[in-house]
Design a protein around this ligand. Structure first.
Ligand SMILES: Nc1nc2c(c(=O)[nH]1)N[C@H]1C(S)=C(S)[C@@H](COP(=O)(O)O)O[C@H]1N2
Ligand SMILES: [Mo]
Length: 215
């Protein structure tokens, strides 16, 4: 993708956010519907990012986990694979209105990671940094939900480069912009730090069932 194309794409999405585009106003607070309001089901898997898809071989991948924690760690891929394995099947929901059901993710649960690093009592936010420079923020209680993981595989195969391999974070209950590809650093923080899309008009939390598309 060229820089000017990328700038245009960002500007278009930002303008939609300002105009409140794609909002239906039909909230499903209790998640009664599997498909959140305003979404349509797809069976393919679209690729969305800022156009830079870093090529990080498994042997060179490193994750640092730091900030407001008792035990900061740096994991390489071998260390990740030594952690208790976790697998979960979940749906993904993109703010651009597509949802994809039954994604089988394999990796390490965020709950296990939390037990290793032990966030300090004042930690309330998690800032996620990626190899392409992308940043997004989630609340610690959302990050800690039991279906969240550091995923290295999808439907039994290594996550492809375009979908964020070698490791991406998966937070299925929020729009997919909260699930960073090419994960590089997890920073625990007492204060919130809105990320790339959150500072460009997207909602700070991004719950699909109440259509928290825009901030
Ligand atoms: N590192 C990184 N992660 C990212 C993005 C990005 O640009 N860089 N885009 C986000 C957005 S806006 C979406 S919709 C999803 C798309 O994931 P997919 O390409 O696997 O469908 O990745 C999210 N994670
Ligand atoms: Mo997105």
């Amino acid at each position: 993708m060229t820089d000017s194309f990328k700038d245009k794409l960002v500007a278009t999405k930002q303008a939609w956010a300002r105009a409140g585009r794609l909002l239906t106003g039909k909230a499903d607070v209790d998640h009664e519907m599997r498909l959140p309001p305003g979404q349509r089901l797809v069976t393919n898997w679209p690729v969305l990012d800022l156009g830079i898809q870093p090529d990080v071989p498994r042997e060179e991948w490193q994750l640092s986990v730091d900030g407001a924690v008792v035990n900061p760690v740096t994991w390489d891929f071998a260390t990740l694979m030594q952690q208790p394995p976790f697998e979960d099947v979940s749906d993904i929901h993109c703010v651009t209105q597509w949802s994809r059901y039954d994604n089988r993710w394999t990796g390490v649960s965020t709950q296990h990671l939390l037990s290793v690093v032990q966030p300090l009592p004042n930690a309330a936010h998690v800032i996620l940094h990626s190899y392409d420079g992308y940043v997004t923020n989630v609340r610690l209680d959302h990050f800690a939900e039991d279906d969240c993981l550091l995923a290295h595989s999808h439907d039994g195969a290594p996550i492809s480069r375009e979908h964020g391999g070698p490791v991406r974070l998966v937070i299925p209950r929020y729009y997919l912009w909260k699930s960073p590809k090419w994960l590089k650093r997890i920073e625990f923080s007492a204060t919130d730090k809105p990320g790339f899309w959150e500072t460009r008009g997207y909602h700070n939390e991004g719950d699909p069932w109440t259509e928290q598309r825009y901030g």
